[in-house]
Design a protein around this ligand. Structure first.
Ligand code: PEP
Length: 247
């Protein structure tokens, strides 16, 4: 039986006071049946770690990492640094990184690889744009994105978390229907099955305008193992309602 996982992606939001209030609200509402984590902007990770270190139920992580080990890469943050600050997870290949930073499938795969080398769990995001969906290319696109990671990680693929995030659903209020999401999750599970005997144990999250009122039905689909939550992760009441929906 797979455990459900709900991860908040704060993106470039928050400040020290708002973060403290948000974390206090999440901790107060816990513990949850599901695994729960928050992915905070880099400068706040040490405070998030300090605040959550006594709470075994809530993990934390970064929103990206470098594909390089260390060195002259101004502005980048390494997987080793995230690990040093107690991160359990790191998001890689978010569609905003792919779109605004031209991250390729191979770069995303390399980031996942270095994350695993530092004992972080990469949350690898895949998903199609609206144009791609309308051109009936959803399956092809997500399989291509996943395939780069499968080839780069080999048998270690079973150690990642996958997040299916249709780009047209991110921050738009347009959620994939449970059937649309399940169809892609099922496809990804089948693709992973060909790569690892442990595919049945892997968590595949859905992300894209998940809210308290649509979380339970999405999470009840057979291959949806929780969510990657953007906007709704910034309000403790909404985020914790979503965490509770992942029972
Ligand atoms: C995200 O950015 O990963 C996301 C799913 O955002 P939102 O929940 O706001 O659509």
């Amino acid at each position: 039986m797979r455990r459900k996982l709900v991860v908040g992606n704060w993106k470039m939001n928050g400040n020290r006071r708002a973060n403290a209030e948000l974390l206090a609200g999440i901790e107060e509402a816990g513990p949850f049946v599901a695994d729960v984590a928050v992915c905070a902007p880099f400068p706040y990770l040490s405070e998030v770690a300090l605040s959550l270190q006594g709470d075994k139920h809530i993990g934390w992580g970064g929103q990206d990492c470098s594909s390089h080990e260390a060195g002259a890469y101004t502005g980048e943050v390494s997987a080793a640094m995230l690990a040093e600050f107690g991160c359990k997870y790191v998001i890689v290949g978010h569609s905003e990184r792919r779109a605004y930073h031209a991250e390729s499938d191979q770069l995303v795969a390399d980031k996942a690889k270095i994350a695993l080398a530092h004992k972080l769990i990469p949350i690898v995001c895949v998903g199609e744009t609206l144009d791609e969906r309308e051109a009936n290319r959803t399956d092809k696109v997500v399989k291509r994105q996943m395939s780069a990671v499968i080839h780069t990680l080999g048998h270690c693929i079973s150690q990642i978390v996958v997040a299916y995030e249709p780009v047209w659903a991110i921050g738009t209020g347009k959620t994939a229907t449970p059937e649309q999401a399940q169809a892609v999750h099922g496809l990804l599970r089948t693709q992973l099955h060909a790569a690892t005997p442990k595919s049945g144990e892997m968590q595949i999250l859905y992300g894209g305008s998940v809210r308290p009122d649509n979380a339970a039905v999405l999470f009840s689909q057979p291959d949806i193992d929780g969510g990657l939550i953007g906007g709704a992760s910034l309000k403790a009441a909404d985020f914790t309602a979503i965490c509770r929906a992942a029972a």
